[in-house]
Design a protein around this ligand. Structure first.
Ligand SMILES: *Cc1c(COP(=O)(O)O)cnc(C)c1O
Length: 431
């Protein structure tokens, strides 16, 4: 299968080329040439399949030209070695927990899948690939962990000094090996600007293969569709139509869910739940897409004012607003509403959500006000302990640290401080 650029100016490429390039030369996002539905029998018998079998069937058509079956199975086994439970917390309200991976955020699956694909593609090549990534928190940790020890791949992570949580900083800076953390004296936007400048810098491109590891990369985006299939497998026996509420920032995760729907998975509706960064809720209300600068919130992994994957969603629905609105609703919530939801969920069901999951819960409840007769699943995208201050304040008690987190808290932080792009460039060229 080939991938084309949504800007239509660049040539079609293979999966391997799309993964190594990240973004097309015309700056468009890559999109698969076709999405062939899986046979009905796959969904009829899905509960008899293991997670890796489900994932293999779902992603095979997109990658088979470049990744042989045995290799794909091996990559999936390494990527999916933890659980994805659906936990019911109220009648017709359940959560899909995506935080049981090594960094306790849902980005672990995409990051690991991409890391193993790139590692495979660089086998037998004499040049290394350098993955350059700017993070405001969760992405960096998941990418660092996913790529740790992968041969032929170096990872350089830029993060804004003093602006990520203590836990997140330790997840970025304590790994060593092929992972380097650059601590930028500036904001997340400064980090992102440096990364973008590097991708356009001919001096660098002449010396090295540079790629990105955010959800515009097809190898990080597509494997997220597995989650929805794993949820379907668990919720199918309820015998009700399923609605997914996805806490959304860059809209990669929800877009992958819509690819699962295109593969034939029965799903009634998607809800894109956001914090006050409401570009998409506003679009669904006004039909006008007006990106804006992002605003900081307590669900900071969703502080995005111009979601990069929304263009993929519009493309999936042929840019037909009516068709899209039959499948998608989108609502935005304030920090005050989110904190109240955290406390309410804990009080009524004893369940501990994180701020992102709480936004997903609110979106689901809002949709269910008018559509009560369905089985709603909101995605829990991070473990509550990663947002310790907010969650402890909302529920009024202390949380114990899980072992994955305890492990990094005891390690020594190592970072290189930089201020300006020239320092990043000098660092990359010196290696
Ligand atoms: C990245 C992230 C999101 C948003 O996912 P998108 O695919 O960018 O919409 C939500 N919650 C958490 C915890 C995240 O890390």
């Amino acid at each position: 299968m080939k991938f084309y650029s949504l800007n239509s100016q660049a040539p079609k490429v293979s999966f391997k080329e799309a993964v190594i390039a990240g973004i097309a030369p015309d700056k468009g996002l890559y999109f698969p040439e076709s999405i062939e539905p899986l046979p009905e029998s796959f969904f009829e018998h899905i509960e008899e399949l293991s997670n890796t079998e489900i994932a293999f069937n779902a992603i095979h058509q997109f990658v088979s030209e470049d990744v042989p079956n045995e290799k794909l199975k091996e990559i999936l086994a390494k990527t999916l070695d933890f659980d994805f439970p659906v936990v019911e917390i109220e009648n017709n309200v359940a959560t899909l927990e995506l935080f049981h991976g090594p960094t306790m955020a849902f980005k672990d699956v995409g990051a690991r899948f991409m890391a193993h694909c790139l590692g495979y593609f660089s086998e037998g090549e004499n040049s290394q690939v350098t993955v350059l990534v700017a993070t405001s928190g969760d992405t960096g940790g998941a990418v660092a962990n996913g790529f740790l020890g992968v041969e032929g791949v170096k990872v350089v992570i830029l993060y804004p000094s003093g602006k990520v949580s203590d836990i997140q900083e330790r997840q970025l800076t304590t790994l060593g090996q092929n992972i380097t953390a650059l601590e930028v004296n500036g904001t997340f936007d400064d980090c992102q600007k440096m990364v973008k400048t590097a991708f356009l810098d001919d001096d660098l491109l002449a010396e090295m293969k540079l790629t990105s590891a955010n959800s515009i990369n097809v190898a990080r985006w597509l494997p997220q569709l597995f989650y929805f299939l794993f949820a379907y497998k668990q919720a199918k026996s309820k015998g009700k139509e399923i609605v997914f509420s996805v806490p959304s920032g860059n809209f990669g995760n929800i877009c992958a869910g819509m690819v699962a729907q295109k593969l034939g998975m029965p799903v009634k509706h998607f809800v894109a739940s956001t914090n006050i960064n409401d570009t998409v809720p506003e679009f669904m209300r006004t039909k006008s897409y007006d990106p804006k600068p992002s605003t900081a919130t307590i669900s900071n992994a969703m502080d995005v004012g111009d979601p990069s994957n929304f263009i993929r969603i519009r493309h999936l629905f042929q840019d037909d607003f009516e068709l899209l609105s039959k499948n998608l609703s989108s609502y935005s919530f304030s920090d005050a509403e989110t904190k109240k939801a955290l406390a309410d969920i804990h009080k009524t069901s004893g369940y501990l959500a994180d701020p992102h999951g709480a936004v997903g819960y609110l979106g689901l409840k809002k949709y269910q006000e008018d559509h009560p007769d369905n089985y709603g699943i909101f995605l829990e995208t991070a473990h509550p302990v990663k947002f310790l201050d907010v969650v402890e304040e909302a529920i009024g008690k202390k949380l114990p640290l899980p072992p994955q987190i305890q492990k990094v808290m005891d390690k020594e932080k190592k970072s290189i401080r930089i201020k300006a792009y020239e320092e990043l460039k000098a660092y990359l060229l010196a290696r």
